[in-house]
Design a protein around this ligand. Structure first.
Ligand SMILES: *[C@@H]1O[C@H](CO)[C@@H](O)[C@H](O)[C@H]1NC(C)=O
Ligand SMILES: *[C@@H]1O[C@H](CO)[C@@H](O)[C@H](O)[C@H]1NC(C)=O
Ligand SMILES: *[C@@H]1O[C@H](CO)[C@@H](O)[C@H](O)[C@H]1NC(C)=O
Length: 331
């Protein structure tokens, strides 16, 4: 008896899978049509769980033959179903279906891997940026030798600060420049600073003192306050002109801009200061004038030290660094 079998009409609704088996067969045949697995009818094989069942056969009569349809319903597809032969029988003829595991999508893997790698790289960058200063200072403390490089310079930094005019005296500036800066950078960290008003020999011309000494410095530290303009600084004094000119134009010297207070408005500042702020940024003094603010280990001083030439300053051991990092992380 010629029979033709077709499996088609694959239907999947959420986890349910239905497969039709279409059979064309002569009329008045006595063939048994059913679905089998492992040579057992599925209804028998799954009689307990009823997870996989055979549908009721339907028949469409045509002039020469009948077309029968029997479907098989998987209420849920399980791992064990993959690779198994589900056979649709019609008399002696048979045809089977095999479910295949979806092939791993290599593109998805690639994209996933790429996203994961990017994520890792971004986190490392973030962590590095967050702890950059600690890492660099720790590295300097651990691996740099104590001696400074022999570059012919005498000082680590020239300190340019607003000189009080008569009457408008800001004690914070003096405390900062003459007390705290030397305490932290010189005494605790071993840097050498040139501070006009402290290190110059009285009687010398400002211009020549500045010009001589700025050339002997590795950094230029500029201290500004919101009222800088009303002080002597930033009024294009000879000292300011020479130091800034040397730092920016001649030497390409690094400039460390320290704001003693938050400066909201830079519009009135000289172009050179605006330029320095834009290019190097500014460090804002966050402490008060108490003892705690005079430790090289505070955030503010770490930022300053980060921009200063490498120097072995209160060395942190790797364990200390780790503890510190963990504290910051959990804090
Ligand atoms: C199988 O049978 C169903 C209904 O009996 C019908 O809709 C479908 O088109 C048939 N498929 C083929 C390939 O003949
Ligand atoms: C398939 O049937 C044979 C007997 O015909 C039996 O030994 C075997 O365990 C069955 N396999 C499964 C997976 O049920
Ligand atoms: C499967 O067969 C049953 C009859 O047993 C029928 O009610 C159902 O509609 C069929 N499903 C499909 C998707 O053809």
């Amino acid at each position: 008896t010629p029979e033709r079998l077709k499996q088609n009409g694959l239907t999947m609704a959420s986890s349910t899978l239905i497969v039709d088996c279409n059979i064309t067969d002569v009329r008045e045949n006595t063939n048994l049509r059913c679905w089998k697995v492992n040579n057992t009818q599925v209804d028998l094989y799954y009689r307990e769980s009823k997870r996989i069942t055979e549908g009721i056969e339907s028949c469409v009569p045509f002039a020469q033959y009948n077309r029968y349809t029997v479907n098989i319903t998987f209420l849920e597809v399980k791992m064990e179903d993959y690779g198994r032969h589900f056979v649709c029988h019609a008399g002696v003829s048979a045809a089977y279906i095999v479910l295949k595991l979806p092939a791993p999508d290599s593109q998805a893997y690639l994209i996933g891997g790429f996203i994961a790698l990017t994520g890792v790289a971004v986190s490392i960058m973030c962590i590095y940026n967050f702890f950059k200063i600690d890492i660099v200072l720790w590295y300097r403390g651990a691996f740099r030798s104590i001696g400074s490089v022999d570059d012919g310079k005498l000082y680590d930094a020239y300190v340019l600060y607003p000189k009080p005019l008569s009457g408008s005296h800001r004690w914070e500036v003096d405390v900062m420049v003459l007390k705290i800066l030397p305490e932290v950078l010189e005494r605790q960290c071993g840097y050498k600073l040139f501070i006009f008003g402290r290190d110059d020999v009285p009687g010398q011309a400002v211009a020549s003192v500045t010009d001589e000494n700025i050339k002997l410095c590795r950094r230029l530290i500029i201290i500004i306050v919101p009222e800088s303009l009303s002080f002597g600084l930033l009024k294009n004094t000879a000292e300011e002109q020479i130091t800034v000119y040397n730092a920016l134009i001649q030497d390409g010297m690094k400039v460390i801009l320290i704001e003693l207070e938050k400066i909201k408005d830079y519009t009135d500042m000289p172009e050179s200061i605006k330029y320095i702020r834009q290019k190097h940024g500014a460090i804002q003094w966050s402490g008060d004038f108490t003892e705690e603010s005079q430790s090289a280990k505070t955030k503010f001083w770490k930022k300053v030290r980060f921009h200063m030439p490498p120097r072995r300053c209160p060395p942190l051991s790797p364990v200390q660094l780790l503890m510190h990092v963990l504290c910051l992380y959990s804090g």
